[in-house]
Design a protein around this ligand. Structure first.
Ligand code: BTN
Length: 316
């Protein structure tokens, strides 16, 4: 992927990179390099060409082209294959089809917009342009549709805190909140037969530069609304994939307890009274923490502690 390599090379230097250096590094002719640079400019990249100095990347468009994402990655697994589409029904479905055909772990499917994005519990997920809507193919050793979203949530919190300096919380099991409003949701869908895990499709939706949806069950927000500025989505995605890969590898080594320990203080509604809804059943309690398998430990009004593995929580 030559364009990804050009962008990576240009981003690796704050000063100019000579055309000869760049072409040699990529193993292409100056003429071929020139054509790629022309195409990149047409796509909205501002690349300065200074006589006797070379090229310098001044700015990148906020687009999610595969080469743009790949150019920002230094991961080993996540995002090794990237499929970008302007519009898809749901990235979950496309990722599932690819996984069924043997696509490797870490394959990433993303779309500028989804026409039939879905959330948990059969809800629909509004996915207009400007957000980040993607799915990852995972082939974990241990199959946990509860732990994987919690781990992805932890990676999102780290991304928001470290890259954007904004503090966020995890609304168990799979929502990320900023100022008590939902900014991101996670959906893990598995394909298994008896005890054999085929794959998991981990979907993540983040409201970024899109207007946050209104009139939802839980109030929503977007990163741009919270931070008062638009942001580059590919940069954010690359940061998340790096963090998620680190935590995923810990999980694969059986070290989920370390992740849980770190995420626990970031749980939303700790230690206030919450309502847990499981289908038609509702109960009240106070969050005590998480089990190493991702289960939510509540202290019930009777004083007894109990662990739950599904449901939706809301503050009372
Ligand atoms: C939820 O909060 O209920 C989970 C939302 C998950 C949305 C993401 S967007 C990318 C991927 N494709 C989908 O159709 N859903 C997930």
């Amino acid at each position: 992927m030559v364009k990804a390599e050009i962008l990576k090379a240009l981003r690796s230097k704050s000063s100019y990179l000579s055309g000869t250096q760049l072409a040699t590094r990529l193993g292409i002719s100056r003429a071929a390099l020139w054509k790629h640079l022309k195409k990149l400019r047409e796509l909205g990249y501002r690349i300065e060409a200074a006589p006797r100095c070379g090229y310098k990347l001044l700015s990148s468009p906020d687009k999610l082209y595969s080469f743009e994402v790949i150019s920002r990655l230094s991961t080993e697994i996540m995002g090794k294959e990237v499929y970008f589409n302007e519009a898809l029904s749901s990235t979950q479905d496309v990722a599932r089809q690819l996984a069924g055909k043997g696509a490797s772990e870490g394959t990433l499917v993303l779309a500028e917009q989804q026409t039939a994005g879905r959330g948990r519990l059969g809800r629909s997920w509004l996915s207009p342009p400007g957000g980040l809507w993607f799915s990852l193919i995972l082939r974990p050793k241990e199959f946990s549709l509860l732990l994987l979203p919690v781990v992805a949530g932890a990676a999102l919190l780290l991304t928001f805190e470290e890259k954007l300096q904004v503090s966020a919380s995890l609304k168990w099991p799979n929502d990320v909140l900023i100022n008590n409003r939902k900014v991101a949701g996670i959906l893990a869908e598995g394909e298994r037969e008896l005890d054999v895990v085929h794959f998991v499709i981990l979907g993540v939706g983040i409201n970024i530069n899109n207007p946050p949806p209104e009139e939802l069950m839980y109030p929503a927000t977007s990163l741009s609304k919270e931070l008062g500025r638009q942001m580059n989505r590919a940069g954010l995605l690359a940061y998340f994939l790096q963090k998620f890969e680190e935590l995923y590898l810990l999980l694969q080594e059986g070290r989920s307890e370390e992740i849980i320990q770190a995420i626990q203080p970031k749980l939303a509604f700790l230690p206030t009274e919450i309502c847990l809804k499981q289908g038609t059943r509702e109960l009240q309690g106070r969050i005590v923490g998480l089990q190493k398998d991702g289960g939510l430990v509540l202290r019930l009004p009777s004083g007894r502690k109990q662990t739950f593995y599904s449901g939706e929580i809301t503050p009372i």
